[in-house]
Design a protein around this ligand. Sequence first.
Ligand SMILES: [Zn+2]
Length: 142
Amino acid sequence: MDATRRFFISADLEGVAGVVASEELRPGNAEYEWARRLLTDEVNAAVRGIRRADASAEIVVSDGHGGYRNILPADLDPTAGLLRGKPRPLAMIDGIRSGDEAIFIGYHPRAGARGTLSHTFDDAVLDLRCNGRPTPRACPRR
Ligand SMILES: [Zn+2]
């Protein structure tokens, strides 16, 4: 039996510390380049924390914002794997496996909720529920 722990990090951009404006979320803006640096740094901090707790853990990072190409691959801790780009059948959590220890970084509040850059998918969805509970994202398949 394989006892290696697997950590799955799903990383969005809107909830990263310091990100506060929609311009920071869109490629083509200088602010976006700054925001993706912050995102990469937050993910690397999580990877370092996991390594301190479990040096042999498998760590997989799922880039979860927009086109799924925000984390700076060359600057990501080389001990972590990176899932980026499309297709993504499970969107932000594509690549997660049963038994993974999941970590969510940079996530944002749902549409209408108090918080920075709150939304649900996009501005057209005002309420989404998963098993009766409000959520800012898709309900995982069972
Ligand atoms: Zn996002």
